[in-house]
Design a protein around this ligand. Structure first.
Ligand SMILES: Cc1ncc(COP(=O)(O)O)c(C=O)c1O
Length: 401
């Protein structure tokens, strides 16, 4: 028998409590991020795909999928965070003014000369490392990428292919690989560029989180083109929760403490945010060991302590999903219903849609469907955060692309 989806609600009412909004994601801060991304020659908003056929079939008003498989030619959204954070590090290194946080200045011969010996290091499941390698190449620096045990060799190869980046598949789980990268940085003077925070290491992960907001900013503008001022529902998948925190924090600011009804979605083997909420102490808890899931990008056992409060305070539901949920999401996006366009969505990209499918069609989840108000008035926004980043795995699940 298939293992079931588990969901819990947030016991705190953010509309009533009005928790504090983080200044890191305030409109002026995220506008600077957007300006930086727009200065990159490779920048183009990714498509927002409407799926009216599927919405009709599921009995909801509208379904929109932000398709990050097109981001910077990297196949995933993560280059947004890596490039912005790296830009802030370089700007600090050369004492640049805030107005100079743009591609033209940061790649000017005078700056290049000052930064060419910088070496960035990170630990990654794949997508963040690819973003770091790409951004380092963009700015003329070097990168070292550590990967956790069980990483598919094709993910390591994809990173090596960017400028001959040094890549090592370690024998550690993701969280221990992060600690190893931090240790190597301290020993060798490398610059740690990590997408999660820990004691005393905050500015860079916060910049990465801010970097992700370009994705949601674009999505809201694209919804506006459809005449939609606010989606009613958002589903955000989480590894450490930096992406979900960045997006939800942005939405909480944008809609003045009243973001769309948001569900945080994780693999059931490594649902650290779900478990943190369930424990009810208001603090993040870790899932240790070597958890397995095909959702490689979400295989992180320790929440980012810097974005955890946003997820705790502003999300409405938390879901813990077995792998079959994302498999169903990938297959549905690849083989759409009616005249809907196909979306290439990878293992860590499709779990939100997979969950929505189950909520709308599984009689055992009917009460939850009602609680979430997934009805004809629902306008649902999903983020397909990666495309086909593991070609063999993707082909085995959905057939040849
Ligand atoms: C494709 C994809 N989606 C989502 C995430 C989750 O991001 P975070 O770790 O910030 O929760 C990742 C992280 O690597 C990812 O690669």
């Amino acid at each position: 028998m298939k293992s079931p989806i588990a969901m819990i609600t947030n016991p705190n009412d953010h509309q009533l409590n009005k928790p504090e909004l983080t200044p890191l994601l305030a409109p002026a801060a995220v506008a600077a991020v957007r300006r930086f991304h727009q200065s990159l020659p490779q920048y183009q908003p990714t498509p927002l795909v409407s799926l009216p056929g599927l919405a009709q079939k599921l009995g909801v008003g509208a379904i929109f999928v932000k398709d990050e498989s097109h981001r910077f030619g990297l196949g995933a959204f993560k280059g947004l965070g890596a490039s912005y954070a790296m830009a802030t590090i370089i700007a600090a290194t050369v004492n640049a003014a805030a107005a100079d946080l743009n591609y033209a200045f940061l790649t000017s011969p005078a700056v290049r000369q000052q930064i060419q010996s910088l070496v960035f290091i990170t630990a990654t499941d794949g997508n963040h490392g690819k973003g770091v390698a790409w951004a380092a190449a963009l700015f003329g620096c070097r990168a070292i990428v550590l990967m956790p045990r069980g990483t598919k060799p094709c993910r390591a190869e994809a990173i090596r292919a960017i400028n001959g980046t040094r890549v090592e598949i370690t024998d550690l789980n993701y969280d221990d690989a992060v600690r190893r990268a931090a240790q190597l940085a301290a020993e060798h003077g490398y610059l740690l560029i990590q997408d999660t925070g820990f004691n005393g290491y905050e500015d860079i992960p916060n910049a990465i989180t801010r970097g992700y907001t370009t994705m949601v900013g674009e999505a809201l503008e694209q919804l506006g083109d459809h005449g939609i001022a606010k989606p009613s529902h958002v589903f955000l998948q989480a590894g450490v929760g930096s992406m979900a925190g960045g997006v939800l924090g942005y939405l909480a600011h944008y809609y003045d403490h009243n973001p769309p009804l948001t569900t945080i979605v994780e693999p059931d083997t490594v649902a650290c945010i779900y478990q943190s909420v369930q424990q009810g102490q208001g603090q993040p808890v870790a899932v240790g060991g070597n958890p397995e899931t095909i959702m490689a990008g979400l295989n992180c056992g320790e929440p980012n302590p810097l974005t955890w409060p946003i997820l705790r305070d502003f999300a409405s539901f938390y879901a813990s999903c077995p792998d079959w949920v994302t498999i169903r999401g990938m297959q549905t996006l690849a083989h759409p219903v009616a005249a809907d366009p196909a979306v290439v969505s990878g293992e860590s990209g499709a779990v939100g849609l997979g969950l929505l499918l189950s909520l709308c069609t599984d009689p055992n989840l009917a009460t939850l469907k009602q609680q979430l108000q997934l009805d004809r008035d629902a306008t649902i926004l999903l983020f397909s955060t990666e495309g086909n980043t593991d070609p063999d795995g993707y082909a085995a699940i959905v057939g040849q692309p």
